[in-house]
Design a protein around this ligand. Structure first.
Ligand code: ADE
Length: 253
C-alpha cells in the first residue's frame, strides 16, 4: 500500500512515519510513504502556495493549482484507470474510526491532502477529494498530524504489518471493548501489587479476569460502545451484575 501525502511540510511526515511498527513496515516494503511538497508545484517565482481570501478576512487560503498539479503528478505516475481515494483532513469531516481504517486498508493507494492557514480553496476540494475526515472535535494547526494518525491506524490493518502477537490489541477494540490493564515486573511497585490472578498461572482464570476488566472499563469510560459489543451469555451476565451493583449504589445515595 502506498500513502501519498500532499503537504507543505514533507519532513514532518517522513520523520513521523519512520519509527516503530510503521517504520518497520516501510523497511519491509509492505507499505510506503510518499510525502509530496505542494510548494514544488507552484509556478510563482517565490513558490507561494497560498493567497488572500476573496471576500476579505484574516489568514491565507491554499490555492487550487499547486494542489491540483501535485495530485495530478501522483495520478499520472500511478497509471491506473480508477480514481484514487483522496482524504482531506478537516475538523468538518466525518469522524475517523476503526471501521474506516479497515476499509481504507484495502486500497492500493491513498492520497491525503493536508491543509494549513485558513483553509483550502473549495474548488480543488470539489475536484479531487473523495472523503473529508476529522480525527476528533478539536482544531489542529494543520492536517499533517491528523494524516499521520490515520496512516498509523490504517497501516496496522494492512496484512503483514503486525505480527500475530501485535494484532491481538486491535482485535479487542474491534469487538467494541476497551483493553484490559497490563502489568510487568516488579510484583510490587510503590506499594501497588499486581492482581493476584495474574500470578496464579491459571490460564482460564486469567482470561476470564481480563475479559471482565475489559467489560468493566468499557462500562465506566465508554458505555455507548457496549451497544455494539460482541458479548457471550457469560459476558452479558457479568455486565448485568455490574449494572445492578451500580444501581444499588445510586439508590443508596
Ligand atoms: N485539521 C485541523 N483540525 C483537524 C482535525 N480535528 N481532524 C482532521 N484534520 C484537522
Amino acid at each position: 500500500m502506498i500513502f501519498h501525502v500532499l503537504t507543505l511540510f514533507p519532513e514532518m511526515i517522513a520523520e513521523g512515519m519512520s519509527h516503530s511498527i510503521i517504520g518497520r513496515a516501510q523497511d519491509a516494503g509492505i507499505i510506503s510513504v510518499n510525502a509530496v511538497n505542494i510548494r514544488d508545484f507552484s509556478e510563482d517565482k517565490h513558490k507561494h502556495a497560498d493567497d488572500y481570501p476573496y471576500g476579505g478576512g484574516a489568514g491565507m487560503v491554499m490555492s487550487c493549482e499547486p494542489i491540483y498539479k501535485a495530485y495530478d503528478s501522483i495520478v499520472r505516475e500511478r497509471r491506473r484507470r480508477s480514481r484514487p481515494r483522496v482524504v482531506y483532513l478537516t475538523p468538518q469531516g466525518q469522524v475517523f474510526n476503526q471501521e474506516m481504517a479497515k476499509s481504507m486498508a484495502e486500497e492500493e493507494d491513498m492520497i491525503f491532502l493536508c491543509g494549513h492557514y485558513e483553509g483550502v480553496d473549495e474548488r480543488v476540494l470539489e475536484a479531487i477529494v473523495t472523503d473529508r475526515v476529522s480525527i476528533g472535535d478539536y482544531v489542529l494547526s494543520g492536517g499533517e498530524l491528523a494524516a499521520m494518525v490515520m496512516m498509523d491506524a490504517i497501516a496496522r490493518m494492512v496484512p503483514g504489518v503486525l505480527t500475530n502477537e501485535e494484532s491481538g490489541s486491535t482485535e479487542s477494540f474491534e469487538g467494541n471493548l476497551l483493553e484490559y490493564p497490563q502489568y510487568t515486573r516488579p510484583e510490587v511497585w510503590q506499594g501497588r501489587k499486581v492482581p493476584e490472578v495474574l500470578l496464579s498461572g491459571h490460564h482460564a482464570k486469567i482470561e476470564e479476569w481480563r475479559r471482565q476488566q475489559s467489560i468493566l472499563r468499557t462500562l465506566l469510560v465508554r458505555p455507548e460502545l457496549l451497544d455494539g459489543a460482541e458479548l457471550s451469555k457469560k459476558d452479558q451476565k457479568y455486565l448485568e451484575g455490574l449494572r445492578a451493583q451500580s444501581e444499588c449504589k445510586n439508590n443508596a445515595k
